[in-house]
Structures are given as structure tokens and as C-alpha cells.
Design a protein around this ligand. Structure first.
Ligand code: SAH
Ligand code: SF4
Ligand code: F3S
Length: 443
């Protein structure tokens, strides 16, 4: 029998911030009586939560939105909504509705909390809703959330970014940095722990500057407060900005028995000239000093990073400095990107844009180097027993998966393990991930 319950399907692009915001969109839709489906063809409303960090992120979203034309023609009552960072760009909403006139709702990052209103307006009047607020407002608390990443719970601590790295679109589409009140954060974390969540990830574009706008608290103090919450959970946070990583913060991380022994510290480039052009506010030497500081408190800490190649004017010498930095630090993982000009950012107007061919060659070299480091680190795990938080099941591999405190992923067989801390003996090292056997389940 056909069910009469309306269904929603949300398609998410971009970072953890967007993943979490999709949980809010899902929460709002559930309050309106919709239930979740993964199948677009069964949905009564399809929501695209978009990203515009690089051109290919936009292309992917636009391609998938365009592909809905047929479905929309066949299913007149289907509502198509597009929100997120892509639609928040100046003048973009108009461009999008011109290109895809079948889109019913366009909203931005600043008014996601009002999504229910837009859906109701669309259902009642049949008129298109284009609602993109130009400026961010105050933080809105209490938006319902239908979480989908158990046993990990995302918790916003800051919104927006004030750093204006010259390549980056985020400050333009997410507005100025605003910190959530500590009591709201602590309450949310406590609730998650009470609900059985085993990992909490604090989210912000630059978590290290948390509290700057509040005045009486900083990120180190927040870590100390969250760490006092009773219960067996692991605390993660992202992303860190090297310029704001203080010794007091490193001490707070080291002293906490909750924080994972891993940190994501994007370096972007190894050359001082490029770092300056990027407006990153640190030199290669200062970055390396932060790494040394972290390792002096936590010798085993795993450090991951983001690296960009092909920033305007990047020479072979500049790129070689990135390579040598990667060799020196020995990251536990690196997200590597080819610089993509974003309209409205200073770097897009810089002379000396690098050709795609050169950038591709550089990124391949970089990936090869980092892969070799990953393989070496993975090999060192073989024969060891590690504590893993089981976070999911991989249908294709037919195995459970989870990460250790260092963020290294392991696969293993078992039964009913999601949300449990387990002991796994590593038998084989893949490129970056590990294969192991279940030894024990923690109660
Ligand atoms: N706030 C975080 C994340 C920003 S976006 C931070 O500061 O680290 C994630 C990564 O995307 C960045 O670290 C950067 O490496 C990459 N990125 C940002 N803008 C980009 C662009 N225009 N082209 C290519 N990569 C970009
Ligand atoms: Fe973008 Fe820089 Fe802000 Fe990160 S810190 S979001 S890279 S402007
Ligand atoms: Fe994230 Fe992409 Fe926006 S990386 S903040 S969703 S531009």
C-alpha cells in the first residue's frame, strides 16, 4: 500500500558544518510531518544543501539540480529547494532560478532556521520562494535537529569567519564570526552524552578564536568545561587555525582525558611568500613551531592538514617548500586541493594564475608523497591492539568501521557494534585504513 506520509530527501555538499546544518533541515522537515527517504524519486521535497568552496563543488550541485528537471515534470507537486553556501553568494539566487526555473525555494545560510516558513509558504501559495538574507543575524537557538551521525554528535561553537584568507569564499557566505554561549554548548554536549553519543565534535571555521566576541571565555576554557562532563565520550573539534593555537590551548587539550589525540591544523602552503599572499598570518617557521609545541605536550598526537597547490604565482620553488614541509611534519593525513579562483575573493584577481596542467602535476606529486607517509604509518599498526569507536557499517566491505584516538580508520567483523568502544587487533594495513579482528567490546 502507498503511504501518505510526505517524504524528504536532503542532498548535502561541503564540510561538516553543512552536514550538521542538513541535520537541522531534517529536524525542521520532520516537525512539518515529513519522513526521510534516500530515494529522490520517492521524495515530496528534495533539498540541496550546497557548497561553493571550489568550482567543482558548484558544478556537482548544479549538475544534480539540473538532472531533476525530468522528475519535476513528471511529479508536479514535488518541491525542489536549494540552500547553503552556493546560494548565499551575491547575485547567485537570481542566476540559479534563471538557469533552473523549476526550483521552488531558494534560501541562504543566514536564514536556514526559517526553512519551515518557506516550505509552508510554497505549499500554500504555489509561488516560488526566494529568500536569501544579505547579512547574518544573531545566533538562533532551539532549531530541531534530526541527527544522522550517531555515535558522533556535531555541536556548533562558532558561526562565520573573520580571517579572510585571500582564496576563500567562506567569510562572504557565512558572515562574521559569532560564538555560541558556553552554557548552550555545554547543555547540548550533556544531552548528547545522556543520549549515548560517544563522540562530540565541536564545529567552527576557526574553533581557536572561540569566545573572542563574548569576551569572558576562550577555546581553552571551553575545552576544560566540556571535558568535565561525566561519561565515556571522545571530544574532537575542527577546524584549527595555526595563528590562534596558543600554548594554554595545547595544555588544555593535553590535560583533558576526553580529547582525542589528533588535531586538524591546515597549513595550506610551505612557502612564506605564498602564506603571506594567502593572508594566513603565520610563517612556515611559526607553523613548525606550533607542531613542535603540540608534540612537546603530546608526543604521539596525530596531525592532519589541508594543503593547496597552484595558488597564484606559486613557483616550483614554492611548491618544493610545501613538499619539504610535508616530509618534515609527517602528517597523519592531508586533504589536498588545487586552488580554485572564487569570484569576489582577492586571490581571484591576482596576476599569475597557475595553469591546470602545472597544478595537476604538483598535486599528484604531493598526493604520492602523503600516500607514502600514510602507508608507512599504517604499517606500523600491524600486530597492535587499538581502541576504536565503532561508527558505522560498510555494506560493500561487509565490515564494521571506526577510528582510534588518532583518527585512523579500521575495519573489522562483528555484530551490533555501532556506538561501542571496541578493541581491535590490526592484521593488515591498507593505504590509509587498517584491517583487524575484534578482540573485545567495552561495556
Ligand atoms: N575554516 C577551515 C576550512 C575552510 S575550507 C580552515 O580554515 O581550515 C577547507 C579547505 O578548503 C581549506 O583549508 C583550503 O585548503 C581549501 N580551500 C578553501 N578555499 C579554496 C579555494 N578557493 N580553492 C581550493 N581550495 C580551497
Ligand atoms: Fe576560509 Fe581562512 Fe576562514 Fe578557513 S580561516 S574559512 S580558509 S577564510
Ligand atoms: Fe563548508 Fe563549503 Fe560552505 S566548505 S562553509 S559548505 S563553502
Amino acid at each position: 500500500m502507498e503511504s501518505f506520509t510526505k517524504k524528504y530527501c536532503i542532498i548535502t555538499y561541503g564540510c561538516q558544518m553543512n552536514l550538521h546544518e542538513s541535520e537541522k533541515l531534517a529536524g525542521i522537515l520532520q516537525t512539518l510531518g515529513y519522513v526521510k527517504t534516500e530515494d529522490e524519486t520517492k521524495a515530496d521535497i528534495i533539498v540541496f544543501n550546497t557548497c561553493c568552496i571550489r568550482e567543482n563543488a558548484e558544478k556537482k550541485a548544479e549538475g544534480n539540480i539540473g538532472a531533476l528537471k525530468k522528475l519535476k515534470r513528471a511529479k508536479k507537486d514535488l518541491i525542489v529547494a536549494v540552500g547553503g553556501c552556493m546560494t548565499q553568494q551575491q547575485g547567485y539566487a537570481e542566476k540559479l532560478t534563471e538557469k533552473f526555473p523549476f526550483i521552488d525555494i531558494v534560501f541562504g545560510t543566514h536564514n536556514l532556521e526559517n526553512f519551515a516558513e518557506f516550505v509552508i509558504a510554497k505549499t500554500e501559495s504555489k509561488k516560488h520562494v526566494v529568500a536569501v538574507d544579505e547579512k547574518e543575524g544573531k545566533i538562533i537557538e532551539g532549531t530541531p535537529k534530526a541527527r544522522s551521525s550517531f555515535p558522533n554528535g556535531w555541536v556548533n561553537i562558532t558561526y562565520g569567519c573573520d580571517n579572510f584568507c585571500t582564496y576563500c569564499i567562506v567569510p562572504y557566505v557565512r558572515g562574521r564570526e559569532r560564538s555560541r554561549l558556553p552554557e548552550e554548548i555545554i547543555n547540548e554536549c550533556k544531552q548528547l552524552v545522556e543520549l549515548g553519543y560517544k563522540e562530540i565534535t565541536l564545529l567552527g571555521q576557526n574553533v581557536n578564536s572561540y569566545g573572542r566576541d563574548l569576551g569572558n571565555i576562550n577555546f581553552a576554557a571551553l575545552i576544560r568545561q566540556v571535558s568535565k562532563i561525566q561519561g565515556d565520550f571522545r571530544l574532537r573539534f575542527m577546524t584549527n587555525h595555526p595563528k590562534d593555537l596558543t600554548e594554554d590551548l595545547v595544555r588544555a587539550i593535553a590535560e583533558s582525558d576526553k580529547t582525542a589525540r589528533s588535531i586538524h591544523l591546515p597549513v595550506q602552503a610551505g612557502s612564506n611568500r605564498i602564506l603571506k599572499l594567502m593572508n594566513r598570518h603565520y610563517t612556515r617557521g611559526e607553523y613548525l613551531a606550533k607542531i613542535a609545541l603540540l608534540r612537546s605536550y603530546m608526543p604521539d598526537i596525530a596531525i592532519t592538514t589541508d594543503i593547496m597547490v597552484g595558488f597564484p604565482t606559486e613557483t616550483d620553488e614554492d611548491f618544493n617548500e610545501t613538499m619539504s614541509l610535508v616530509e618534515e611534519v609527517r602528517f597523519s593525513g592531508a586533504f589536498t586541493f588545487i586552488y580554485s579562483p572564487r569570484s569576489g575573493t582577492p586571490a581571484a584577481k591576482m596576476a599569475g594564475q597557475i595553469s591546470e596542467d602545472v597544478s595537476k602535476e604538483r598535486i599528484m606529486k604531493l598526493i604520492d608523497l602523503q600516500n607514502a607517509i600514510n602507508r608507512e604509518q599504517s604499517r606500523a599498526y600491524v600486530g597492535k591492539e587499538i581502541k576504536v569507536l565503532c561508527e558505522g557499517y560498510d555494506e560493500k566491505k561487509n565490515k564494521y568501521l571506526g577510528r582510534d584516538t588518532y583518527g585512523r580508520m579500521a575495519y573489522f567483523a562483528g555484530k551490533n557494534l555501532i556506538g561501542k568502544f571496541v578493541k581491535v587487533k590490526i592484521t593488515k594495513a591498507g593505504g590509509i585504513s587498517l584491517l583487524g579482528e575484534l578482540v573485545a567490546v567495552e561495556e
